[in-house]
Ligand binder design. Structure first.
Ligand code: AMP
Length: 216
């Protein structure tokens, strides 16, 4: 099963993608995570994208397309994947279609997580991740069951994204509305888009997505 999760920053794509990957045994492909790893490692790619990410604007299409093409080629993706944060522009969507067609693969579902901008700033400013396993948490909506301990792996180190601040969020929302939201008609024309209300509880959004994926 090959799925794209779409939506603005803070809609819950990463959280839902983690749940889907676990439930269906598919690979979670987050281009944001890949880029953050590149930045942390200090690689040439990381040095190129660091400032762009800090500004909240989009990394050039050619870089992103090459990154995802390499990743989708890996054997673990043959079982299926859930894309989180890619594609974000029309050229990226067209390139994804071409690379999947070349491999005899296709997209099964595009899940559009719809949510009002007004909710997003609060959501984004409170979120943090386990530094060990990447599990996502939130200061108000999803604290670890035991304070300071990751529910997933028991680690005690957490990190917050540098671009989760009010100013950068504004730029990220602008990029979403200008460059990513126009992909909706692109995928609608292929009749594979389902819309989910992203303002509800994590478990409700997950339930709704499962219903769509299982076709019930
Ligand atoms: P995310 O974790 O998906 O919110 O991505 C964090 C940042 O990485 C974005 O604000 C962009 O600067 C960059 N980025 C991630 N995915 C893409 C993409 N598909 N195209 C362009 N830039 C991206």
């Amino acid at each position: 099963m090959n799925v794209i999760l779409f939506g603005p920053p803070g809609a819950g794509k990463g959280t839902q993608a983690q749940l889907l990957a676990k439930r269906y045994g598919i690979v979670h492909l987050s281009t944001g995570d890949m880029l953050r790893q590149a930045v942390a490692s200090g690689s040439a790619l990381g040095q190129t994208v660091q400032k762009i990410m800090a500004a909240g604007t989009l990394v050039p299409d050619d870089i992103m397309i090459e990154l995802i093409a390499e990743r989708i080629d890996a054997p673990d993706c043959a079982n299926g994947f859930v894309l989180d944060g890619f594609p974000r522009t029309t050229p990226q969507a067209e390139a994804l279609d071409a690379m999947l067609a070349e491999k005899g693969m296709s997209l099964d579902h595009v899940i559009w997580i719809e949510i009002d901008d007004a909710i997003l700033v609060d959501r984004i400013s409170g979120r943090f991740n386990c530094a060990e396993c990447g599990a996502g948490f939130h200061d108000s909506f999803h604290r670890p069951k035991v304070e300071g301990v990751c529910d997933g792996c028991g680690a005690r180190e957490f990190s917050r994204r540098k671009d989760d601040n009010a100013e950068t969020v504004k730029a990220r929302l602008e990029a979403y509305h200008e460059q990513t939201a126009p992909l909706l008609p692109y995928y609608r024309s292929k009749s594979i888009v389902e819309t989910v209300d992203g303002s509800t509880q994590i478990s409700d959004v997950a339930g709704r997505i499962e219903t769509i994926l299982e076709g019930v």
